[in-house]
Design a protein around this ligand. Structure first.
Ligand SMILES: *Cc1c(COP(=O)(O)O)cnc(C)c1O
Length: 373
């Protein structure tokens, strides 16, 4: 038996004919950037997320970089300002902050949700705090009413990293990506809404922010050959926009399949070494990944054992951002980097196979192997 962690070939094959048709349409039309495919996808995705604007860009990291950069260009943030962010995120969230000369202030997650602990945010707020950057990690909603209220009370921008949570809902029934002031989305192939290459987008209700992001991602230009900002080339290919528009139609269906797989894991994993994160209320988890925590220092042994059964797993993520070499000499204003929850998650987390193409038969085998460990 061979059960890969995620087979992109199988994922693409689910809607293969329509995807090829969309790509062929763009190839034959002969217009490859900034055209009708981007326009259509941006409209459809904004409608799906529930925001007034969507601006496509080159990838998810850029989407986040452009949000912070736009706030700087708009005079709302400036170098040295602080952004509160969960310590247990993928490095891209942190890179988007440091790339702009802003300072990431790392907040601990909760062990039972794996998301930022909303009781841990207020103590990090200083006179220089300008934003909270939420990450809906693993496809799990991280927004709480309390976070929304804190941002209002202290006049902070609420930015969402929605790279892993396309289609997820907040407790008040909005889509993640529409809960704050702006959100960055990634369409990296393995994400719930994945392109066949790189892609990203910013969603927001703020017209000035949308306009600034659009300019920044197009060399800083709003008018041909006139450059308002020193931007970059960070655009979404027409071919990817066309493919994303096809896959967007099936996103809810694909997420429902993920949910069924996750339900089987929740109901059938009985190995006492394994702790599953809290099962969130309906709609608040789109199961981008299925993380479990493995106790007694047995995580790597379980991963090896499953590999021996032909089952692929991945650790998200083995080294947290504050332990990465790229930040070793940055002199972050974080003298007492005591992040035991984040470090425990890095030491114990293992992601089990999940996705729109894995079958229930395969998942049953995964559970049997896990329970036999
Ligand atoms: C994938 C991801 C990103 C970055 O997206 P890319 O498109 O790969 O640049 C950012 N944040 C999180 C949480 C991610 O998982």
């Amino acid at each position: 038996m061979n059960i890969p962690f995620l087979s992109l070939r199988e994922v693409t094959a689910l809607h293969g004919e329509e995807i090829r048709e969309a790509a062929r349409r763009v190839i034959d039309y002969g217009w490859y950037l900034q055209g009708r495919e981007n326009e259509r996808f941006e409209q459809d995705y904004a409608k799906y997320i529930g925001t007034d604007f969507c601006v496509g860009c080159a990838n998810g990291l850029d989407a986040l970089i452009w949000i912070f950069r736009a706030y700087i260009e708009m005079g709302i943030m400036s170098a040295g300002d602080e952004v509160i962010v969960p310590a247990n995120t993928y490095i891209a969230t942190i890179l988007a902050i440091t790339e702009n000369g802003l300072i990431p202030v790392l907040a601990e997650p909760r062990l039972n949700t794996l998301e930022i602990d909303d009781e841990n945010i207020e103590e990090h707020i200083t006179a220089r705090t300008k934003a909270v950057c939420l990450v809906h990690l693993y496809g799990r909603n991280a927004y709480t009413e309390r976070i929304g209220a804190l941002c209002k009370k202290y006049n902070l921008k609420l930015i969402e990293d929605n790279a892993q949570a396309h289609g997820c809902h907040t407790p008040d029934g909005r889509k993640t990506g529409s809960a704050g002031d702006a959100a960055g989305h990634s369409f990296y192939p393995g994400k719930n809404l994945g392109a066949l290459g790189d892609g990203g987008a910013v969603t927001t209700d703020d017209p000035a922010l949308a306009e600034t992001v659009r300019a920044l991602a197009n060399y800083g230009s709003q008018k041909k050959y006139v450059f308002k900002y020193a931007g970059r080339n960070s655009r979404l290919d027409e071919i990817q926009a066309a493919i994303l528009d096809v896959k967007l139609k099936y996103l809810d269906e694909d997420n429902a399949h993920r949910k069924a797989i996750a339900g089987y894991y929740y109901e059938n994993i009985t190995n006492r070494l394994i702790t599953l994160p809290d099962r969130l209320p309906e709609g608040q988890n789109v199961y981008h990944l299925f993380p479990v925590l493995v106790s007694d220092g047995r995580r790597d042994a379980l991963q090896d054992y499953l590999a021996g059964c032909g089952i692929g797993t991945v650790i998200h993520y083995p080294i947290p951002p504050h332990k990465q070499e790229c930040y070793a000499r940055q002199g972050w204003n974080l003298p007492q980097l005591q992040l035991p929850v984040t470090e425990k998650i890095a030491a114990e987390e293992l992601s089990l196979p999940i996705g729109p193409a894995i079958t229930m038969e395969e998942v049953k085998v995964v559970v049997e192997c896990i329970n036999g460990f």
